[in-house]
Design a protein. Structure first.
Length: 351
């Protein structure tokens, strides 16, 4: 018999974090613990993050599914009944940490300390002067790739910020932007042309998800690469994934395992994207998880041959985050362990 315990936890942002959709001051997540009668004395932990307004599931649906998973016959039964994307993410993490005596989720050169992961420096939406200052700090601390959240300020101010970064640091810095669906099909192309003229690497989700015809036209005609993000949420079967990629034909995918079917779902996206006839690039990023979920995603990323920066730098956002086995030095994320550094705190939360 497998038992699953769950408890909610409200993450508190150090400062309000703005996207083109909303301003975030707190974020609900759930922690889970799995015990298996066949592995006495062992326990596995995972995170089930809820991103209200972005996740395909509601907090109420997550609670209902977690309650339904309280007792399962075996791991196969548990995995078959974990349907919701965020729940699947947490269950897959917890099961893997339960099975590995050292508590690791994915063992690799990353977790043995011989490999690090390059990440981008994320610049949140703030007054433009603050965004510029934050970008300068990140670049001067060692980041060679910065990512800007755009779409909520005056466009002239946002493009001037990108221009200033390019003028000051030249082509040594890779610039990514994320519009979170803020643009419309009517105004997107001139903006893409301005970004392309400044050598921007890519733009994530320029228009709102759910407009496949518009996104297909944008990807076909854009002067800079397009990365699908929110567009992937709720697409669950392999056939649906292949049809979406073949229809829209994006240049990149931004994979958030908690939002795109857990690690199994993310792996399927990677496989579909990498087929020779598609050749679509990808990178992994977090969905504002605590250090528990971030650690799991970093370990998953560490298994893959990564040639571009990943989006894994959210561990310092919260005032009440849990301990982390990850350490950031410049732009390099390293695993320092121990794997169970947050277990005691999770036990207290799950009492």
């Amino acid at each position: 018999m497998i038992r699953v315990d769950a408890a909610p936890y409200l993450l508190k942002f150090k400062t309000p974090s703005r996207t083109s959709r909303e301003v975030l001051t707190e974020k609900l997540t759930f922690f889970i613990r799995i015990k298996d009668d066949e592995l006495p004395g062992r326990e596995g932990f995972g995170e089930v993050p809820v991103f209200k307004g972005l996740s395909a599931e509601t907090p109420e649906e997550v609670v209902a599914e977690l309650n339904a998973l309280a007792n399962c016959e075996n791991a196969e039964d548990l995995l078959s009944r974990a349907i919701l994307s965020s729940v699947k993410f947490g269950v897959e993490s917890a099961l893997r940490s339960l099975r590995n005596e050292n508590g690791l989720i994915f063992e690799s050169e990353f977790t043995d300390g011989s490999k690090s992961i390059r990440i981008n420096g994320l610049v949140w939406m703030n007054p433009v002067a603050e965004m510029q200052e934050e970008a300068f700090r990140k670049i001067e601390s060692g980041f060679k790739c910065v990512k800007f959240k755009i779409g909520a300020r005056e466009w002239e101010d946002e493009i001037a910020l990108v221009r200033k970064i390019r003028e000051r640091f030249g082509t040594a810095i890779t610039i990514r932007v994320d519009a979170n669906g803020a643009f419309t099909e009517d105004d997107v192309m001139p903006k893409l042309e301005e970004l392309a003229a400044l050598g921007v690497h890519s733009i994530e989700q320029p228009v709102k998800a759910g407009q496949p015809e518009a996104m297909r036209r944008i990807c076909k005609n854009s002067p800079l690469p397009i990365a699908l993000d929110e567009e992937l949420i709720g697409v669950t079967t392999r056939r649906e994934k292949e049809e979406l990629l073949d229809f829209i034909r994006p240049q990149y995918l931004v994979l958030k395992p908690a939002l795109c079917g857990g690690f199994s779902g993310a792996s399927e996206w990677i496989d579909c994207a990498g087929k020779e006839e598609r050749g679509i690039g990808w990178w992994l990023t977090s969905a504002l998880e605590s250090n528990v979920g971030l650690n799991a995603i970093a370990q998953f990323a560490g298994q893959h041959p990564l040639d571009i920066p990943q989006g894994l730098g959210t561990g310092g956002l919260y005032t009440n985050n849990l301990p982390s086995p990850l350490q950031l030095v410049g732009e390099n994320l390293t695993y320092t362990g121990p794997a169970d550094c947050y277990y005691q705190q999770l036990r207290e939360i799950l009492k």
